[in-house]
Design a protein around this ligand. Structure first.
Ligand SMILES: [Zn+2]
Length: 76
């Protein structure tokens, strides 16, 4: 089961579909290409997956896809 570990020790499972801890983000310029379209699959492929740790609130962003390690961000 694909998962990563948060620095707080929480396991972040990214195999669930849909995933309750996953957020999908898209750059504003990339999003503009979808104006007037409703192609959910194409839009989903363009989005970046960001997981929110339910224990500490850190974000793990897969900016370069799931083939590269995520970048973590901690709340202040
Ligand atoms: Zn955490």
């Amino acid at each position: 089961m694909p998962a990563i570990w948060c620095a707080c020790g929480e396991k972040l499972d990214y195999s669930l579909i849909p995933n309750p801890i996953e957020w999908l983000a898209i750059g504003d310029v990339a999003y503009d290409a979808y104006a007037g379209q409703v192609d959910a699959e194409a839009l989903h492929r363009e989005m970046k997956s960001i997981f929110e740790c339910p224990a500490c609130g850190r974000l793990a962003a897969f900016w370069e896809g799931f083939g590269k390690p995520p970048k973590f961000y901690a709340p202040e």
